[in-house]
Design a protein around this ligand. Structure first.
Ligand SMILES: C[S@@+](CC[C@H](N)C(=O)[O-])C[C@H]1O[C@@H](n2cnc3c(N)ncnc32)[C@H](O)[C@@H]1O
Length: 210
């Protein structure tokens, strides 16, 4: 992995470095997640357990808490970690068994991967930071194999719109718009689940490449 990519890190990824990464699990996942994304740490862990496989790729890794948690249950055959911030990738690679993961320092809009090279892609709590979702999903569609799957985890936009952070960074899109953008990129949405029964519950959208 190149060591100096700071000039190519998008603003949406610059926070995932140094002390912030070390505090991420305690502050973001335990404290902020229920308040900002409407889901508990155990909800998210369960989502990763359900949708992560031994050969999935994760886009937007954060601190890697969830892949680290999965390491206890999964013997990775081809885990790929993709993020534009090299610090985040180094941090996560150290947490997951070194040598058993492939890392790609890249934004979702420009993936340095071959066409039809991934079976399954998981991205959670990232779409709020991606300016042009159509470009991002089209790029993921390019690298996913026909019949492969993209799983998108996203906080409820109605819930998030009532938070003080609304209007100060995160892009809050109606879930129907996200699903339509997946369709426009060539995916077929095969399921839309909520992590609990409440109106504010976190969404998990599963889409297949035709
Ligand atoms: C809020 S964290 C989510 C981490 C983890 N998936 C979770 O659910 O806790 C957002 C992640 O998206 C990454 N990110 C930001 N902009 C991105 C982009 N354009 N392409 C790919 N990843 C991006 C950030 O570097 C960060 O690791």
């Amino acid at each position: 992995m190149p060591t100096d990519l700071t000039s190519t890190i998008p603003r949406s990824a610059t926070a995932y470095s140094g002390l912030n990464l070390r505090l991420y699990d305690a502050f973001v996942l335990h404290f902020t997640s229920p308040r900002a994304w409407g889901c508990s740490l155990s909800d998210l862990t369960e989502m990763y357990r359900r949708h992560g496989t031994d050969d999935h790729a994760e886009i937007g890794v954060g601190s890697g808490h969830f892949v680290t948690e999965q390491t206890r249950h999964i013997d990775w055959t081809a885990l790929s970690l993709i993020d534009p911030n090299p610090d985040a990738l180094r941090f996560v690679s150290r947490r997951v068994s070194p040598g058993r993961v492939a890392v790609e320092c890249a934004s979702v809009e420009h993936l340095p991967l071959n066409d039809s090279s991934l079976d399954r892609v998981l991205t959670s709590n990232t779409v709020y930071y991606i300016g042009d979702l159509a470009i991002a999903f089209a790029e993921v569609h390019r690298v996913v194999k026909p019949g492969g799957t993209l799983v998108v985890g996203v906080g409820d936009p109605g819930f998030m719109a009532r938070l003080p952070i609304a209007g100060h960074g995160p892009i809050l899109r109606p879930i129907a718009d996200i699903a339509a953008t997946l369709g426009g990129a060539g995916f077929t949405v095969t399921s839309h689940a909520r992590l609990d029964e409440t109106a504010d519950a976190f969404h998990v959208i599963t889409a297949t490449r035709g």
